[in-house]
Ligand binder design. Structure first.
Ligand SMILES: [Zn+2]
Length: 213
């Protein structure tokens, strides 16, 4: 598995500090569990946080934060990297997901269904598994909040590139998406979302201006 899209560094830093709300902690956590690069970054942040009494300089979250943090950690053993996440069939979810109750599959639109993940209810974001049929063009949509998406199976592409298993996509209300699902099979994503998903276009109008996922 080649992962080419990672969470932004500030999100990883907040994850390492346990500051994210539950849905985001879950999605970032599943990515980190399958990504050697991000697992090492999180481990490095944790080590630096645990070493505040020593004379480390603070580590600002800048575009080069990853390289700067990694340059301070020269002896993180490679073999501590976590195994890649399992594929996301009903029987074989990533380990971090197995402790959650996952609701029944609900059809949202042709070729599109979701299964809600039951969180403890303290955060604002919802989490769900989103399944799209191979080759489908997902509804054009914009967000009223943020959306964290992690591909578990299959792939999709949009203006930002191609996203396959393990890839992480961050969307906010600035971004308009028109993802196309790859032909190789259904695309299953783990999604954490705040706000609403606003459907555009003909089909969107047909099924309603808002789909409450
Ligand atoms: Zn990563």
């Amino acid at each position: 598995m080649t992962i080419s899209h990672h969470p932004p560094e500030d999100l990883l830093a907040d994850f390492a500090a346990g500051k994210l709300e539950e849905a985001h902690q879950l999605v970032v956590g599943v990515h980190v569990a399958g990504c050697t690069r991000c697992a090492r970054f999180v481990q490095a942040i944790e080590q630096l946080a645990g070493a505040t009494l020593e004379d480390f300089e603070p580590v600002p979250i800048a575009p080069d934060a990853f390289d700067r943090v990694m340059s301070r950690i020269d002896n993180s053993p490679e073999d501590e990297a976590a195994p890649p996440p399992a594929s996301a069939t009903d029987h074989d979810l990533p380990p971090a997901l197995r402790k959650y109750r996952i609701g029944k599959r609900r059809r949202i639109a042709p070729g599109l269904s979701m299964r809600p993940i039951e969180l403890s209810g303290s955060g604002k974001a919802r989490a769900f598994l989103l399944r799209s049929a191979p080759g489908s063009r997902m509804l054009e949509h914009t967000h009223t909040g943020t959306e964290l998406t992690l591909v578990l199976e299959g792939s999709f592409s949009h203006e930002g590139g191609r996203f396959g298993p393990g890839d992480f996509d961050y969307g906010d209300d600035e971004i308009e998406h028109r993802p196309v699902v790859g032909d190789e099979g259904p695309c299953v994503c783990l999604v954490a979302m705040t706000g609403d998903l606003r459907m555009n276009g003909f089909l969107g109008r047909l099924i309603g201006p808002f789909v409450r996922l």
